[in-house]
Design a protein around this ligand. Sequence first.
Ligand SMILES: [Zn+2]
Length: 459
Amino acid sequence: MRLYEVTREPRYQALASFFVEERGQQPYYYDIEFEKRGGTRHWIGWGEAWPGMIKDKSYTHAHKPLSEQNEAVGHAVRSVYLMTGLAHIARMTQDEEKRQTCLRIWNNMVQRRMYITGGIGSQGIGEAFTSDYDLPNDTAYGESCASIGLMMFARRMLEMEGDAHYADVMERAFYNTVLGGMALDGKHFFYVNPLETHPKSIPHNHIYDHIKPVRQRWFGCACCPPNIARTLVAIGHYLFTPRQDALFINFYAGSEAQFTVNDRTLALKIEGNYPWDEQVTIRFSQPQTVEHTLALRLPEWCEAPQVQVNGEAAQGETIKGYLHLHRQWQEGDVITLHLPMTIRRVYANPLVRHAAGKVAIQRGPLVYCLEEADNGTELHNLSLPKTSVFREIQGVGVLKGKVLLQAEGLRVPTALEEKPLYSFDNRQTAAEKQTLTFIPWFSWANRGEGEMRIWVDEA
Ligand SMILES: [Zn+2]
């Protein structure tokens, strides 16, 4: 579809449509191919999920035609790659049935099967989706590549729908799982991105075989490291969505960009220290005036965004989460955004049993976590009272330049003297006060091996 969009050669569009329309049609291609190969398969000994192309075709999204599918199933990375293509076809061919398929599967994926980190695919076996609201924290898969694929799917949906909801998900995936897939040194990587780790348990319990408590230098199936690299260098495609009706600005990372609008060039520069600082400035520098609409995303996490054009309150219309500003843009024009980054407590849908009674902390697009390096071991004994007030502090050492958060919390101490495993009627030890330090989750595991936890008990 990308080739078709550039060349307008109809064969490319026809081939892409064939791929998505043929998928899941009977007789099943996979059965025919299995017969031809004498009943053998490549993934011998990988368990039932992997050779799912034979028994459970939902693993390869081929159990029925896409037009009849309603849920995000199977291998997570391949699912979002397939949906990225489908959304591209739906937009370019104005195909309402394909658009509806995209909307159904998107909604199932992000409303019931996505982690707060923008991670998808919650089980290690088959690197796959499971069922609605099944989002375990310490056995999560959440492959880095799956969140990159989610960004791609979101980008294509955004091009079609012009709705900030897609940019909200894209930003969540990018600033949390995708960035977190790489160490701050740029040289170590996660394939799997859990929301909670207890390193002492990992070597002994094979349910954690896929979990690494620190990023690896390289790995055998090294899909994620180069995928993160190419996403970072292609980030402009995600920051901006140029459409006929408007230039959409999705998130406000520092950047310089030029766009052709009616044979003229619109040149702009975004400055600020996003996502740490609340103030963003967009300056225009093209010599000619350019009449166009700018659509500025008002992020879901921001309760009271303020936008000014040349020092005066912006006059525009908010449509699907974007502030649309239409005018003759000229050199020297300045848009300023004030996006208050209030520290937000996030609660999960009550059907997410792994987050019941718990709270997560978010500032701007960044999800925060507790780490052993700041808070000691046995993080499950820590809790955050509902009334605790947060303060921001500056990170030091490897976390320099990052905003950390602190609040007064509680810890149930692990008694020095040995206690019985279980006791009747009363807790064995009372909670004591402890200051809790939260760091941006994408920067966890940069200070050696230790425990980590996003969802914290709320006292
Ligand atoms: Zn990968």
